[in-house]
Design a binder for this molecule. Structure first.
Ligand code: GLU
Length: 554
């Protein structure tokens, strides 16, 4: 068969060849790594994509390379409008922004575009034409006319005859004349790779995450161009990552089984493939079945990275948690370097384990508490107000104009060497600090640490007389102590529990009772500061209200 003639028959309008494209997209003149995130715009940005993007970002940043974003929109049936913009916005929000490529509404950056696959059809066709010329691709007229049953029957027959399903297409053997006739008759066709692989042979492949493994040669005549002119993943990946100069393809584990197809296409085009890093799948513990499973797009809200924004997690917290899953020594590094930029962490692709990591919300929350604890109070106040504006309108009406008040609250026990770690996500603010806002404060005071009615009343009424918001901390503390022993109230519940008989009369933790009277909580940040922020009048009225409530209780 004259393949040049066939190539011209199939692609009469394609005039550029792959050398032309190599000139248009010359090899990059940089030594750093070139990485990319290549999401399909099918909805939202998956947590697994953010996980991959962190690897891309680190590899490019640390080597002074390039991290670019490419939109893989070749499957228009699955495409959801606006999803590309969401992907870009999310990378921006999580601070792992690519420095080249697609940018949603903004014009793209870079010399290697278009960065949207649907705008690269001609380029794919030129590469496909080259494969036809080399005798490594052929037109296939089956798909449309054959129904599923015919295909299955054909495969069974293959299996019987040769013992393997070669996936080798029947159209391989069509003559030029038959092809020409089919085309004249207007029959739709796809272009397939003519695989030369051997099912019994393997080759060694060194994946940056999975390590060295034996991989079976490809034997599938994969579709390179569909009859509708779209290019499925294999050829689009090879062409784009080659021309765009990618040096490491970081992509999900689910692509590993088709790796040999991609490598065969590289080989057929005489192009050198880049390095690959197939990332393990993020899993979770499934309560219902009691097993570990992949985080599911359909079942798990946390698959969509917008979920964490809605819950009020700081982007840094999610990123730090994901780095933890990638490089397990990050946690200790962070303990040793609480204020360093994450980019200073010695991240390495080699430290990524090949086991599927477990996504654990409890652990994430813990990491997040550490991250939030490092944030200065005034910035945190801004973030909480912003978050409430979008996700908690009721809270927003209460705090919108109270930034200074919020800052004072958040400053208690913060901005010191051992900051308080109680807030993990902004959505906890309301319940954690409801007592600081009359609009949110609904005391129930069921328990006063086991103290009896008279004790509570005595302590609180004496404290009302003593409390003065102008007192310094020591004076305030001394006043509380003066209400303790030897006046009959135990200052220390722990001591009491250990040796109850040592105490006569009422038993209660004096400061605990005062705390509950003012905040309705057994645990709060420093009561001295809370009282000062609430102010003398509010403290006294809360104490009085509590006395009334206790009196009304039978
Ligand atoms: N578009 C593919 C996906 O969203 C990307 C795979 C790749 O990174 O190469 O799964």
């Amino acid at each position: 068969m004259n393949f040049d003639k066939l190539a011209d028959l199939l692609f009469p309008n394609i005039t550029k060849n792959i050398e032309d494209y190599m000139q248009i997209y010359p090899r990059r003149n940089i030594t750093g790594e070139v990485t990319r995130l290549a999401p399909s715009p099918t909805g939202f940005l998956h947590i697994g994509s953010l996980y991959g993007a962190i690897i891309d970002y680190f590899c490019a940043k640390k080597s002074n390379g390039v991290f670019y974003l490419r939109l893989e929109d070749t499957d228009d049936k699955r495409e959801i409008a606006g999803a590309g913009q969401i992907a870009y916005d999310m990378l921006k929000y999580y601070n792992v922004l690519p420095n080249e490529g697609y940018r949603g509404e903004l014009s793209p950056i870079g010399e290697y575009g278009p960065y949207i696959q649907s705008k690269r059809k001609e380029i794919y066709q030129a590469f496909c034409k080259e494969l036809v010329k080399k005798g490594r691709a052929f037109p296939c007229f089956c798909e449309k006319s054959e129904n599923k049953e015919d295909i299955l029957q054909r495969r069974e027959q293959q299996l019987e005859e040769s013992g393997i399903i070669a996936e080798r297409d029947v159209c391989r053997t069509l003559t030029y004349e038959q092809i020409e006739k089919n085309i004249k008759d207007g029959k739709p066709y796809a272009i397939r790779l003519l695989s030369m692989g051997d099912a019994d042979k393997t080759f060694e492949f060194n994946d940056l995450i999975k390590g060295k493994r034996q991989v079976r040669q490809n034997i599938k005549d994969v579709v390179l161009l569909k009859s509708n002119g779209m290019t499925p993943y294999p050829l689009a990946h090879v062409v784009d990552d080659y021309l765009m100069g990618t040096t490491i393809v970081v992509r999900g584990e689910e692509w590993y089984p088709s790796l040999s197809q991609h490598l065969e296409i590289f080989n057929a085009l005489s192009l050198k493939p880049m390095k690959y890093a197939h990332t393990p799948n993020i899993c979770k513990y499934d309560e219902a079945s009691g097993t570990k499973r992949k985080i599911s797009k359909r079942k798990d809200p946390e698959a969509d990275v917008r979920y964490f924004i809605e819950k009020g997690y700081m982007p840094e917290a999610i990123v730090e948690y994901l780095i933890n899953l990638l490089n397990s020594d990050f946690e200790q590094w962070r303990v040793n370097n609480p204020h360093k930029d994450v980019l200073e962490f010695p991240f390495s692709i080699k430290k990524i384990g090949s086991n599927n990591p477990m996504f654990d919300m409890v652990k994430l929350h813990d990491v997040s508490k550490n991250v939030v604890a490092r944030v200065p109070a005034n910035l945190l106040a801004d973030s909480i107000i912003n978050w409430a504006k979008n996700y908690n309108p009721k809270l927003y009406t209460i705090i919108a104009n109270k930034k200074d008040y919020l800052t004072e609250i958040l400053r208690i026990d913060r901005e010191n060497k051992k900051p308080r770690k109680d807030l993990g996500s902004y959505d906890e603010f309301e319940s954690l600090f409801s007592y600081m806002f009359d609009e949110l404060y609904v005391p129930i005071s069921k328990s006063f640490l086991g103290a009896d009615k008279n004790t509570i009343k005595n302590i609180l009424s004496q404290y009302i007389k003593l409390y003065n918001e102008g007192d310094d901390k020591q004076t305030w503390f001394d006043k509380i102590k003066s209400l303790c022993e030897p006046n009959g109230y135990c200052a220390d519940m722990k001591t009491y529990r250990e040796n109850p008989s040592a105490y006569k009369g009422s038993v209660a933790d004096v400061s605990g009772i005062i705390r509950i009277a003012i905040t309705d909580r057994e645990n709060t940040p420093d009561l001295y500061f809370i009282s000062k922020i609430l102010g003398q009048d509010k403290v006294i009225s809360r104490l009085k209200d509590t006395i009334n409530r206790v009196e009304q209780k039978s």
